[in-house]
Design a protein around this ligand. Structure first.
Ligand code: NAI
Length: 306
């Protein structure tokens, strides 16, 4: 299998490493900065004998090398700089992401497109909207990461193995996320049976601020190890048709009362992309939070397209 990763920044390069060193796919890593993807690819290749894997990685500045990819991952973008408004950033990343998609599509029209660039739900919609891609072959990564963060904090709090914890976070990425405690479990037991409402609220707040907490600690840049693992998890389910049930930003057509939008919903993900969206029972309040997420994403889409 072949995975092309557009953007050789922290997330792109870490994801490359995860994919090849776990023998999941050959990787083509592309960036606009000359030498950068080539240098990373050479460095990773020189580690190949030591890591004992058989996958290849190439670095490039030319989209022709991405030809015939099974999956294209878009991680290209710029970070917000001083003096740049959120809307400026939105427009810049919208341009980068839609151009990267157009160019990738030319060489890999049948690939599945996995979007990572923020603002996630908006970028995923733009990729679909500005391409001829079927909606089920486009998805965004956010819910897997947000769930993984919540799972980590639940495991810390209870002093149990992370492997026994299942988190459920729907909705938009960042402030718009909708964690659902009664569907978060430890070995099948809902956390609502194990933790007080105050403690659960505290863990949810830390999850909501999860990205910011890492930014504050790192001082330069944002999280990339867990984001790369999250993208890798989704890619594995696609490449090996694992039909994992996970939260992806997927195109909704009436599910949860939402329309014409990409938002984090429970999906079955396999070799055909988003193969099914599951509608689980939500409370009125939860549905309202989803609607609020949807309105915010819609507003940003309008700004990006204006
Ligand atoms: P980074 O700044 O380290 O890397 C971005 C890379 O994109 C740079 O190497 C840059 O040269 C490249 N790039 C810029 N314009 C390009 C173009 N037109 N064509 C090709 N490459 C181009 O950023 P990092 O940390 O890797 O994050 C990437 C994106 O992923 C950001 O938008 C970030 O906010 C987002 N992100 C999303 C997460 C999620 O949960 N969805 C989690 C973590 C990051």
């Amino acid at each position: 299998a072949k995975v092309s990763i557009i953007g050789a920044g922290n997330v792109g390069r870490t994801l490359s490493q995860r994919l090849i060193e776990r023998n999941l796919a050959d990787v083509c890593l592309l960036d606009i900065v000359e030498g950068l993807p080539q240098g990373i690819a050479l460095d990773l290749t020189e580690a190949q004998g030591l890591q004992s894997h058989h996958c290849e990685i190439m670095g490039t500045n030319n989209y022709v090398d991405t030809k015939d990819s099974d999956i294209v991952v878009i991680t290209a973008g710029v970070a917000r700089k001083p003096g740049m408004s959120r809307d400026d950033l939105l427009k810049i990343n919208a341009k980068i992401v839609t151009e990267a998609t157009q160019k990738s599509l030319y060489y890999s029209p049948n690939a599945i497109y996995l979007i990572v660039t923020n603002p996630l739900d908006v970028m995923t919609y733009l990729v679909w909207k500005t391409s001829d891609l079927p909606y089920d072959r486009v998805m965004g990564m956010a819910g897997v990461l947000d769930s993984a963060r919540l799972e980590t904090f639940i495991a810390f709090e209870l002093g149990v193995s992370i492997h026994d914890v299942q988190g459920m976070v729907l909705g938009g990425h960042g402030d718009l996320m909708l964690p659902i405690p009664r569907y978060c479990t430890v070995s099948g037991i809902p956390i609502t049976e194990l933790l007080s409402p105050e403690t659960i609220d505290k863990l949810i707040q830390r999850t909501r601020d999860g990205g910011a907490e890492i930014v504050r600690l790192l001082k330069t840049g944002s999280a990339y190890f867990a984001p790369a693992s999250s993208a890798c998890y989704m890619i594995e389910s696609i490449l090996f048709n694992q039909s994992r049930l996970l939260t992806a930003a997927a195109y909704v057509q009436g599910e949860y009362g939402l329309n014409d939008l990409f938002l984090g919903v429970p999906c079955r993900v396999g070799s055909n992309g988003v193969e099914q969206i599951l509608e689980i029972k939500l409370t009125t309040e939860e549905r309202e939070i989803l609607q609020r997420s949807a309105r915010s994403v819609r507003d940003s889409i309008d700004i990006a397209l204006s």
